[in-house]
Write a protein that binds this ligand. Structure first.
Ligand code: BG6
Length: 489
């Protein structure tokens, strides 16, 4: 029986994502012995580089998990020796045939599996897939392609992209990545829910008042304005990252942990969601601001952003799942760039205790006395539960306290980057954390009408100062649904 080998070709090797995330993740997997022993990595891009130049380029970004670990530099050297480069056009089959020849030289005598990572702009996805599948797919083993978003701009363009890819690849070969699904606390969501008796029975409209999915960054689109302006925050963060978290959070119990079982449940919950309405959306855009003698640019100051752009860099939305479990529970999303803090978290606000004996101890604001479960995805990973507690002493004074699982304290190890898990899964053929095409359709169906309406009506975003908490409209939207943002109270 032939031994197998895996060749990983990073298409768009000189781009930002490849340098910042993909090569370092591949190295980490190698360092941890989590990729097959025999592997080859190829960088593919238009820039002319020698193997040595490519090794130089990526070696700067590689790091050992814990810096001073033994034999890190040896490992790095071994890793770099497995890295090669091929320069070519993205739409030229003959360039991919040349790559194929080079791959074969590395694969001699082995069962060759091939993984292509498309780290390129969406307008060349299909060209690359056509060339790679025709001229560089594996003659002996599997061929898989990892695709990064954007998967289209709306339902129609996404369906078109899916159709075009299907001319060359089967659904099984396509790994649509959403890197939020590779984050440790997102992966943990289902463990938390399904293996703790104290949570799952409460996971419904009966006990949960609202759920909040919050994403913020404390920097703007610096340098990425050209890409971003064509998409905006709803497509960049909400329709994928936050919605994926929502689906995992709200889905019914899957039959098993098998990829298809989980994805079936995710599709079901997404299809039960109400189409988002314009009056349940608030959009914002950051404006320039001076603070402490430093001035921060407006979104439209970015030279790659067209003057007068109405693209939202902030959005808040109220979503609903029309099924038996979640009927009437608002799922509020908030996502923004250039805000006062950088964070991603899920907040679950529970209902009031019926007939609460301690009502009078809470003053007039009973809402503040309900339990809240916070799952902080980043930066400092944590799960905490706000509970009411008696302040020790002779008086009956109540206090809000946290049962707090802070990862840094409980698990003193470095948490792997999301890309490490996802790359490892793709190599192993584990599809659980990748987006199936019907999930994608369901996700677009929720957001497409409102995205169209925002653009057609040229709705102006509410301006908010760089580094602030975002537009006040987000408070009103929450208040309309009887919700108070947990991150602001
Ligand atoms: C990407 C978005 O998908 O996610 C970026 O395109 C965003 O705009 C990034 O900055 C955030 O990812 P992370 O892992 O840094 O939170």
């Amino acid at each position: 029986e032939l031994e197998s080998t895996v060749s990983i070709t990073v298409v768009g090797a000189s781009g930002d994502l490849a340098k910042k995330k993909i090569f370092p993740a591949l190295f980490a997997l190698f360092y941890e012995d989590c990729i097959p022993q025999h592997f080859t990595i190829f960088g593919y891009a238009r820039t002319r580089l020698t193997d040595e130049e490519m090794r130089n380029m990526i070696s700067k970004t590689l790091a050992c998990r814990i810096d001073k670990r033994a034999n890190c530099s040896d490992k790095m050297e071994q890793f770099l020796q497995r890295c090669f480069y091929h320069s070519g056009e993205y739409g030229l089959e003959e360039n991919f045939s040349e790559l194929d020849r080079k791959l074969k030289e590395q694969e001699v005598g082995r069962l060759a599996n091939r993984l292509f990572y498309l780290s390129i702009p969406p307008n060349i996805f299909v060209d690359v897939v056509r060339c790679a599948s025709r001229s560089a797919s594996s003659p002996t083993g599997w061929t898989r392609v990892i695709v990064e978003k954007p998967f289209g701009r709306d339902s129609q363009s996404s369906a078109e992209l899916t159709q075009s890819l299907k001319q060359y690849l089967t659904e099984d070969q396509i790994f649509r990545i959403d890197h939020y699904l590779g984050k440790e606390l997102v992966e943990n969501l289902s463990v938390l829910r399904f293996s703790n008796l104290v949570f799952e029975p409460l996971w419904s409209r009966q006990f949960i008042r609202n759920v909040q999915l919050i994403f913020s960054e404390d920097f703007g689109t610096e340098g990425r304005g050209g890409y971003f302006d064509n998409y905006g925050i709803i497509r960049d963060i909400m329709q994928n990252h936050l919605l994926q978290i929502l689906a995992l959070f709200a889905m019914e119990t899957p039959v098993s942990l098998a990829a298809e079982d989980i994805r079936n449940e995710k599709v079901k919950v997404l299809r039960s969601m109400r189409v988002l309405q314009l009056d349940d959306v608030v959009v914002g855009q950051y404006k320039g601001h001076t603070k402490g003698g430093r001035s921060y640019p407006a979104y439209v100051d970015d030279p790659t952003v067209p003057k007068g752009s109405l693209t939202p860099t902030f959005a808040a939305a109220a979503l609903f799942i029309d099924n038996a479990r979640w009927d009437g529970v608002p799922f509020l999303m908030k996502a923004g760039k250039a805000l006062h803090t950088g964070r991603a978290e899920i907040r679950v606000q529970f209902r009031h205790v019926p007939g609460n004996l301690y009502k009078r101890n809470f003053g007039s604001d009973l809402d503040k006395a309900t339990n809240e479960l916070v799952i902080r995805v980043q930066p400092d990973e944590a799960i905490y539960l706000k509970i009411n507690n008696k302040v020790p002493g002779l008086n009956m004074r109540l206090d809000r306290s946290n049962l707090n699982l802070l990862y840094a304290a409980r698990y003193p190890i470095e948490i792997p980057d999301a890309y490490e898990r996802l790359l490892m899964d793709a190599i192993e053929g584990e599809r659980r954390l990748f987006i199936r095409s019907d999930e994608l359709d369901a996700a677009w169906a929720i957001f497409t009408p409102v995205l169209k309406e925002l653009e057609e009506k040229r709705i102006a975003p509410e301006l908010y100062p760089y580094g602030s908490r975002g537009p006040v409209g987000a408070y009103y939207l929450a208040a309309k649904h009887n919700v108070r943002w947990g991150d602001l109270s």
